[in-house]
Ligand binder design. Sequence first.
Ligand code: ATP
Length: 309
Amino acid sequence: MALFTPNLSFNTFTYNSSLFTLPATRRRFIRCPRSLKLRASLAVDSPSTSATGRGGAAELLLEVKDLSAVITESKQPVLKGVNLTVREGEVHAVMGKNGSGKSTFVKVLVGHPDYEITGGSITYKGQDLLEMEPEERAVAGMFMSFQSPVEIPGVSNIDFLNMAYNARRRKLGQPELGPIEFYGYIAPKLELVNMKVDLLNRNVNEGFSGGEKKRNEILQLVVLGADLAILDEIDSGLDVDALRDVAKAVNGLLTPKNSVLMITHYLRLLEFIAPTYIHIMENGRIVKTGDISIAKVLEKEGYKAISGT
Ligand SMILES: Nc1ncnc2c1ncn2[C@@H]1O[C@H](COP(=O)(O)OP(=O)(O)OP(=O)(O)O)[C@@H](O)[C@H]1O
């Protein structure tokens, strides 16, 4: 297997494979100083969900309270008091106008160093998520598919998936799989995402079409598994068949114990992956929460029909 030293860019592979270590200076940015936590309690409230998931009294998986965040470089505020509760077995969709803060929100969940938390709290599986390093979040089952998957020249897709898989297993104290065993493990999974086998031997995402990149993201999810799968615009650039394949693979992973948090602009994805809740984000806050009917109104009448302002 090719040896590969990952760079520090924060992307699907470096995050989900837990192969990277952030420098100490960057780690500090993802922590929330105590004084700011106190100040956050004064933040304006926005809707949160509290119902139970499929099958009754589902456990809390993720609880976001009054979360605020700024861009690390410029200190420009982006998130301004986000509240969200995700229970096991639930599928949550976040919609909202371009620039409303959706991607920032999910990137903050995985500890992206571009953002600094300025207030609020995030609890994941009963733990303070903001005290966890990004790689600890990945090991704890938080998977993220990024909006723009990166290319990694010089590293074959199967080698990278094998390394990501083994990195996760090492952290969990489980035995690693060699290349041949791993091929046996991954080959049947290709069918789940309807992906051509030759894409395994190509360099990661290099020259992949937009749709192939998205299928590859979902393949990674299928390979690694997740308790909370975060999918940022997984439907963008997909033709209708690819959308169906991707949705089928995601649905195939859903159990009463795991959850999905997905960002989308389109009703069509929600018709394939049925959401428990749809949230509308506006100006860095969730301003409305409801069911699929919200997306139907949105599709017909646009954001003016459901705007919080
Ligand atoms: N790293 C960054 N540097 C500078 N500006 C940023 C950065 N990250 C986010 N922003 C800005 O914060 C705002 C929210 O961006 P974000 O990507 O979260 O929006 P979004 O709701 O996901 O939009 P879209 O629907 O277009 O993907 C935008 O104005 C964006 O330009």
